[in-house]
Design a protein around this ligand. Structure first.
Ligand code: ARG
Length: 314
């Protein structure tokens, strides 16, 4: 842990003892895709080694536990039909970027993944979302993070800088450019997590000096994560404002989250890590208000901790 992080934590402990129980969860709506056809058949990021065996049945079991975790927190999960021949389709976060009733569709960088985009667009359209066709390369929430009124939009390895103008045009919100510099952290969502309106967690070495300075300037309480947590994709986590679903292996980050009043919910996705993916990669969030009116009758949203979110209409 860096000295600055340590100093900040001491200040927090001294001045904000009540924060622990203040965190409010809000109901969320996700798209997931079961890893029925998951394998590592090619290498398009440094995590992937096609010679290493993959246990697809174990991947499915681990994914089911992730889905069960969301449902137990009261969230809504739409399941996209997996397609044979698209082994990375489990990483639903890459399928689009959705705010309100609009989406910017994905345009994958690698031809091996291009077939995923129309499947996502079809599901989103069926959910009443207007999907704009992209021109520049973008892999949805892989490189774009909704930061409550603005979008953090990374480039460096996957999304093209030109995708930022398409985001701004589609959603009419400010778009903040960030630059990724370490190929192991090829998407923004493996290097930074937005935990609530005021808090992010991130791995500083994954970013250019300019991006690091911007993050710290905007989020002075940012949680800095070390290499041990970053290398198990601990930052590839999903927050509902209170609960943070994250890799079970990211134990130090879980401790930091607890100190800040978040509730870590560990899930083991070790098989999916072989493709360079984790919790967040498996989860596309529809950033729109969730109400019991559009809930799945099989999985009612009456979570005791949930509150209906009304802040995301644009
Ligand atoms: N094997 C996939 C790829 O390299 C992993 C994608 C992970 N998704 C994410 N949102 N980071 O494209």
């Amino acid at each position: 842990m860096s000295t600055t992080t340590h100093a900040r934590r001491q200040v927090l402990a001294a001045s904000e003892p009540a924060a622990r129980d203040d965190r409010q969860a809000s109901l969320r709506e996700y798209v997931m895709c079961r890893p029925d056809h998951f394998t590592v058949a090619y290498a398009i990021n440094p995590w992937m080694d096609p010679t290493r065996p993959v246990d697809t049945a174990l991947a499915i079991d681990q994914w089911e536990l992730l889905r069960a975790a969301y449902l137990s927190l009261g969230h809504r999960v739409h399941v996209l039909e997996p397609a044979a021949g698209l082994p990375d389709m489990v990483f639903a976060a890459n399928g689009a970027f959705v705010v309100g009733d609009r989406a910017l569709g994905a345009r994958f960088r690698e031809p091996v993944r291009t077939g995923e985009a129309p499947a996502h667009a079809g599901l989103l359209t069926a959910l009443g979302i207007d999907v704009a066709a992209p021109t520049a390369v973008n892999e949805g929430e892989g490189d774009f993070a909704w930061a409550y009124g603005r979008v953090l939009a990374a480039s460096g390895f996957r999304a093209e800088p030109a995708a930022r103008a398409e985001l701004a045009a589609t959603f009419a919100v400010p778009v903040v450019p960030l630059e990724l510099v370490d190929p192991r952290f090829y998407h923004l969502d493996v290097a930074l997590a937005v935990l609530d309106e005021r808090t992010v967690a991130y791995y500083p070495p994954a970013f250019s000096a300019e991006s690091r300075a911007w993050i710290l300037g905007q989020f002075p309480d940012a949680i800095e994560v070390g290499p041990a947590d970053a290398m198990v994709l601990g930052l590839n986590c999903v927050s509902d404002g209170r609960h943070v679903v994250l890799a079970a292996q990211a134990t130090e980050l879980a401790g930091l989250l607890s100190e800040r009043g978040f509730v870590p919910v560990p899930v083991d996705l070790s098989e999916l890590l072989k493709a360079g993916g984790g919790v967040k990669c498996c989860t596309l969030e529809l950033h729109r208000p969730v109400s019991p009116a559009n809930s799945d009758p099989l999985h009612p949203l009456g979570s005791a901790e949930g509150s209906i979110r009304t802040d995301l209409e644009i």
